[in-house]
Structure formats: C-alpha cells, structure tokens
Write a protein that binds this ligand. Structure first.
Ligand SMILES: *Cc1c(COP(=O)(O)O)cnc(C)c1O
Length: 354
C-alpha cells in the first residue's frame, strides 16, 4: 500500500469555517449566519459581478496566463512595475509557490503561533521545519522571531494584521526587524486585511520592497473585495523573485472570471469605502456589547474579533445550535464582523449561551 512521506502524513488537515448549508443540513435549522471566514458581508462589488456576466461567453478560451490587464491595473494602483507582480489562485497559492521556490530539504521557516495555519502547512509539505514563535500580547513578537532565525532559516512569514488575533505590527518594530535580519532569506508579509487597517503606525512593507530587499508582499481579493469564492490574490516582489516563482506557478493558475472580476472590483472605490465603514460600525457595536457582557476581546485592525474564552469549543457548539457559525481557535473564538443584523444575532446567541 502506497504511503506518503512521513512529513506529509504528519500534516494536520486545514479545517475551514463551517458552511451554512452544512450546518442547516446537520441540525435541520434555517436562517443560519456564518461569521467564520472573514468574508465581506456586503458581497462583491456590483462592478465585479457585471464583469463576470459579460465574460461568461468567452470561457471556451484559456485564461490569459500572464494576467496582463489585471497586472497593469494593479501596477497603476500600486505604482509598481508589472514585472514586480505575481497573480495567485488566492494568496494561499502564492504562499505555497514561494515556499516551493525557496525552501530546500532541511531548511526551516520562522512564523508566529497562533497565526495563519497555512504557513506551517506549506513548509511542512516540503519536508521543512516550521519554527513557531509564540505571540506576545496577541501580536507577532518580532524580536523573538529574529532570535529564532538560524543558519537554516530561508523564510519568515508575518501576517499583518495577524489572523486570528487581528493585531498589527508597527513601523518601528518592523523596521528594526528588517534591519536586524541576515541576508539571503525571504520575508513573506501577508497583508490579506491591509485595506481594513486604520492605525497610522501600521508597518510600511512597501518601503522595504522599494529598497530592493528580499520581501514578498501578499494581498488578496478574498477579503475586502468580497471575491473569496473566485480565488484570486497577488504578490509584490523584486522582478527576479517574481521570475523564479513564475517557473513554479501553474500556467493558468488564475482563471478568466477571477481576473475580470478583480479588475471590476479594483475600479469600485465606493465598495471598498462602504465595506470599511460597515466594518467599523460593526466593530464599535460589538466592542460595546462585549463590554456589557463582560467578555474579553483583543482590539482588531481587521474584520474579525478574537475573544479569549474558557471552553471555546463548547461555546462554539452552543452558538451553532442558535444558527451562528464562528470559528473556534484554541483558547478563543474568532468572530467575523458582519452586517448589523448578523452582529445582533451573534450577540443575542452569545447572551443566551454564556
Ligand atoms: C484569508 C487570508 C488569506 C487569503 O487567502 P486567499 O487565498 O487569498 O483567499 C491569506 N492570509 C491570511 C492571514 C488570511 O486570513
């Protein structure tokens, strides 16, 4: 009987947020809400939806593997040359491609714990070691991460804001981290929630890209742009890094619909502004209610709130019975900020079960 390498069997499978349909099938209930995967509650931009409709008749053709028009639009938006951009089937795929491009057997990658679980999975899939450094005050401890770097370290993964805690690393600490880092390893700066951040002290990763450093900045259309189901994200890095990653990138990794919808979404500033606004209102509402219920939470710079609780798994399951899906995260639950009505449903259910 065929067996995978031990380092593959050892990987714990990714557990996605429970889909509404699955919960309703299991419990025979209706009108459930999902606040579990940090999706945009107002949906995609109407411009993106319209673009998809127009593109459907051309689907007999392969996608533009180079994503010319989307890269051009991103290039103008970000003031970055198109050859500094790589498109991915979600930024998730780019994490994988980056690891495959730069990690050799026996190497390690430094990352925080808890952070986005895909970092460790991408590295372990290659027989490499994930060196996990505990958060400090629910935030990446960049000093400790720097100390964890050794001769075998090839990559450092940073989620800024962090998932699941919603915390950010500031400019001053990130700059000190970059200055202290030895040469020849790739920093992956995962900015999936970039557009939600309001704190002015937020680390400026683009500065280090412009300085020509070994950095890959990842952003996505899955979160604020509301296109999680289409799978499209992008990376920004020096052209030589993009060229090497392109060798391992499947030729048609981003599909026609995704490229076209992303182009539409990029044009819709209004949708982004509205999404930020609704998120901010929901955040303030939830902060108030959690204070009233005397429940602790970590202030967030993203579209979700991390709530340390006792017995998080049983709290999660109790909320399910009220048709409210959140995400259990070890000693906490993580709730996505939803529409006002969804936030109210969450608070009502929470009040009943605590
Ligand atoms: C949601 C998320 C992503 C985005 O994944 P996609 O593949 O672009 O959908 C990446 N990193 C973090 C930390 C996330 O939370």
């Amino acid at each position: 009987m065929i067996k995978p390498p031990e380092y593959v069997s050892a990987i714990k499978p990714y557990v996605p947020g429970k889909p509404v349909e699955e919960l309703e099938r299991e419990l025979g209930i209706r009108d459930s809400i999902k606040l579990a995967s940090n999706e945009n509650p107002i949906g995609p931009s109407p411009l993106a939806v319209e673009a998809i409709r127009d593109a459907a008749a051309g689907l007999n053709r392969y996608p533009d593997g180079g994503g010319y028009y989307l890269k051009k639009a991103l290039s103008e938006r970000l003031s970055v040359r198109p050859d500094c951009i790589v498109l991915g089937n979600g930024s998730n795929e780019l994490l994988d491609i980056a690891a495959r491009t730069y990690m050799r057997p026996g190497d390690n990658a430094v990352m925080a714990q808890p952070s986005f679980v895909v970092y460790a999975m991408s590295v372990q899939a290659l027989g490499c070691r994930a060196v996990q450094v505990p958060l400090k005050d629910h935030t990446h401890d960049l000093g400790a991460m720097l100390e964890a770097v050794d001769g075998k370290t090839r990559m450092v993964f940073i989620a800024n804001p962090n998932n699941p805690t919603g915390t950010i690393n500031r400019k001053d600490e990130f700059d000190a981290f970059m200055e202290g880092l030895p040469d020849g390893l790739l920093v992956v700066m995962d900015e999936a929630y970039y557009e939600y951040v309001s704190d002015e002290r937020y680390a400026d990763s683009m500065k280090w890209f412009r300085k020509g450093k070994d950095i890959l900045i990842l952003r996505t259309f899955s979160k604020i742009f509301g296109l999680a189901g289409l799978r499209i994200g992008y990376g920004i890095a020096r052209p030589d890094i993009i060229t090497e990653m392109d060798k391992l990138r499947p030729p048609f990794n981003t599909n026609t619909m995704a490229q076209i919808a992303a182009l539409g979404a990029l044009r819709d500033y209004d949708h982004v502004r509205r999404s930020v606004e609704i998120n901010e209102q929901g955040k303030q509402y939830l902060y108030g209610e959690l204070k009233r219920l005397k429940l602790g939470y970590v202030p967030t710079e993203a579209n979700f709130i991390y709530m340390p609780v006792e017995k998080s798994l049983s709290l999660y399951e109790s909320l399910l019975r009220f048709g409210v899906i959140v995400r259990p995260m070890g000693p906490a639950i993580r709730v996505t900020i939803g529409l006002p009505e969804e936030n109210r449903r969450f608070v009502e259910a929470l009040e009943k079960v605590i």
